[in-house]
Design a protein around this ligand. Structure first.
Ligand code: 13P
Ligand code: SF4
Length: 319
């Protein structure tokens, strides 16, 4: 514990020294989330992370999350240094959508408006017309559908399928998925709901359709946290990465949070729903990159400029 306190103090000193700010996601270690808030940084969903990083005057952004979040921050602020505790922290959606295969998919469907999820590489975004996050994907596709546009969507098939069902838009879906959310199971969730009839079911839309169908609230991480404030509801079943429970408990003290069942969520596996890449962020590697300046995100200028167009469209739409 003493070591942890010393490490936190070192990080606080370094943030000031390097004129840096910490931008964290709700799935990273609770210590990092707390540190971000204590030091004037942010902990939020991926849309808010992008906006916060863009608007903050710091010279250096330290992004505690996964690679696409660091890349988005760098694309929006090429003049800032963007550091990440571990550059190998990626995402199964990003990995499952290689830029060359994605370009061929787009080439085969030139009549479609290309909408990509934030969880993609800069090179994939460079090929897209729009980028969306889970908090605003539904609104943006509804807007495009109202204009009569046909959509090519990548990479998350569950989020894409959910948006398609809600909006009725013509969407051609890439078949990617999140390895964390893909593990939530509808049948087991149904049984858990029966045991907790008063619980509100909160589901991230990267989950399979059978799980989303049982949800009371479907939304981004920030939207799910906001739902914990619902008056008169004391119990929640949560189908998203369990890193979010830290913030939920702080937001709604005294309320009860139950993790939704996953394939391996049993007596032998207490924390299956946790992203292995988010878990690569820790106090030690955060302190080390701040000290050394290593692990800076670099994106070639052409890719970055092209990718920025689709991100700006989303941020303008959200404004
Ligand atoms: P949010 O935009 O909802 O924070 O989601 C990001 C993510 O990677 C979820 O798995
Ligand atoms: Fe990607 Fe899933 Fe991890 Fe989010 S939780 S970063 S979607 S692998």
């Amino acid at each position: 514990a003493a070591e942890k306190v010393a490490l936190k103090e070192r990080i606080k000193r370094l943030l000031i020294e390097k004129q840096a700010v910490l931008v964290a996601h709700y799935y990273v270690d609770a210590d990092l989330q707390d540190l971000a808030e204590e030091t004037g940084g942010c902990v939020s969903d991926s849309l808010e992370m992008a906006r916060f990083g863009r608007d903050h005057p710091a010279r250096t952004l330290v992004v505690a999350g996964v690679k696409f979040m660091g890349e988005t921050a760098k694309i929006l602020s090429p003049e800032k240094t963007v550091l990440m505790p571990d550059l190998d922290a990626t995402c199964s959606l990003d990995l499952g959508c290689p830029a060359d295969e994605f370009a061929a998919f787009c080439d085969a469907h030139p009549d479609r408006t290309v909408v990509v999820y934030a969880n993609t590489s800069a090179a994939v975004k460079a090929r897209a017309d729009w980028m969306v996050t889970s908090s605003i994907g539904l609104d943006i596709v509804a807007h495009l559908h109202a204009q009569g546009k046909k959509i090519l969507w990548a990479p998350d098939k569950h989020l894409g399928g959910y948006i398609q069902k809600k909006t009725g838009a013509d969407m051609l879906l890439w078949q990617g998925s999140c390895l964390v959310h893909d593990e939530f199971k509808g049948v087991e969730l149904e049984l858990l709901k029966q045991e907790h009839p008063n619980a509100m079911v909160l589901v991230h839309p990267e989950s399979p359709a059978a799980v989303v169908a049982l949800a009371d609230v479907v939304g981004s991480t920030s939207q799910l946290i906001a739902a914990t404030l619902t008056p008169d509801v004391q119990e929640f079943i949560v189908a998203t990465d369990n890193g979010i429970l830290h913030k939920m408990r702080l937001a709604a003290p005294g309320k009860r949070f139950i993790e939704a069942p996953t394939a391996g969520n049993s007596a032998t596996c207490k924390s299956c729903a946790h992203c292995p890449w988010m878990a690569m962020n820790g106090l030690q590697n955060l302190a080390d990159v701040l000290e050394s300046g290593r692990n800076a995100i670099e994106i070639d200028a052409e890719t970055s400029q092209k990718a920025k167009v689709c991100i700006d469209r989303m941020l303008d739409f959200a404004a």
